[in-house]
Design a protein around this ligand. Structure first.
Ligand code: MTE
Ligand code: MO
Length: 216
C-alpha cells in the first residue's frame, strides 16, 4: 500500500487550525437556501473525490467488515453483507471543503437494519469507523440512529468506485462528508468518545453542516 499524502494532510490541518473554508469558488449555482447549508456551493455533473491520497484497492472477495469493541466480535464478508436488507435512497452530501452535491442515489444497508445483526453492549455511546487506508472517524450513537445513515455499496445503480470508497463506505448525509468513512473495514463500539483522524487535527467533533460545525 502507498503512503498517505502528507502534503494534503498538512494543508487541510492548517486550514482547520485557521478555521477558514478551503473552497476555490468554482461551480457556483444559484440554489434554494433551505437546501444548501450555509457557506456551501453546489457542484453539478461531478462528484469530487477527497481522501488522504491513497486509495486502497479492495476486491469484494477479500473485503471484510470487523465488529469490535463493546460488542460481540464478529466479521461480515461480502456475501453476508449483501444478504442484509438493501435500501436505495437519494440524499444530498455536504463536504467541509464547501462543495455539496444534490440527489446522490446510493444503495446499501440502513444503520438500524445493520444493527439487527450486531450485538452491541447497552452502554455504547460512540462508534469509531475504521477504513482500509488507516482513516478513522468517530460518531455518537445518536447521530447514527438518524434517517439515511447507511453502509453503502452502490452509487447511481452501479458499484461504488474505488475512488469513492468501494466496496463499502459509510453514508452519513446529515453531517459533513468526512464523517462517512470510505473503504470501510471495521466498526468499533465504544463506551466513551475518542477522536478520529480529522477530529484530532482540528475538525469539529460533531460536524453538522447546518450549524457550520467545520473546525473546532
Ligand atoms: N477511508 C477514508 N474515508 C474518507 C476519507 C479518507 O481520507 N479516507 N476522507 C473523508 C472526507 S474528508 C470526505 S470530504 C469524503 C469524500 O468522499 P468522496 O471522495 O467520495 O467525495 O470522504 C471521507 N471519508
Ligand atoms: Mo472532507
Amino acid at each position: 500500500m502507498s503512503e498517505h499524502d502528507d502534503k494534503i494532510i498538512k494543508a487541510k490541518q492548517s486550514i482547520a487550525e485557521k478555521g477558514i473554508a478551503e473552497g476555490k469558488g468554482t461551480g457556483m449555482f444559484p440554489v434554494a437556501r433551505d437546501r444548501l447549508p450555509p457557506g456551501q456551493r453546489l457542484v453539478q455533473g461531478q462528484w469530487p473525490v477527497l481522501d488522504l491520497g491513497m486509495r486502497p484497492d479492495v476486491q469484494t472477495d477479500e473485503w471484510k467488515l470487523e465488529i469490535s469493541g463493546a460488542a460481540e466480535a464478529r466479521t461480515f464478508d461480502w456475501a453476508e453483507f449483501k444478504k442484509l436488507p438493501q435500501t436505495r435512497q437519494t440524499t444530498d452530501l455536504h463536504c467541509v471543503t464547501t462543495w455539496s452535491i444534490y440527489d446522490a442515489t446510493v444503495e446499501g444497508v440502513l444503520w438500524p437494519d445493520f444493527m439487527q445483526h450486531v450485538k452491541a453492549n447497552h452502554d455504547v455511546s460512540h462508534v469509531m469507523f475504521h477504513a482500509y487506508d488507516g482513516y478513522t472517524t468517530n460518531l455518537p450513537i445518536v447521530e447514527l440512529n438518524m434517517p439515511n445513515v447507511a453502509l453503502v455499496h452502490s452509487y447511481d445503480g452501479k458499484p461504488l468506485t474505488r475512488e469513492h470508497g468501494g466496496p463499502v463506505r459509510m453514508w452519513v448525509p446529515h453531517l459533513y462528508a468526512w464523517k462517512g468513512a470510505k473503504w470501510l473495514k471495521g466498526i468499533e463500539f465504544m463506551t466513551e468518545d475518542r477522536k478520529g483522524f480529522w477530529e484530532v487535527r482540528g475538525y469539529h467533533n460533531q460536524g453538522d453542516p447546518w450549524k457550520e460545525e467545520r473546525y473546532s
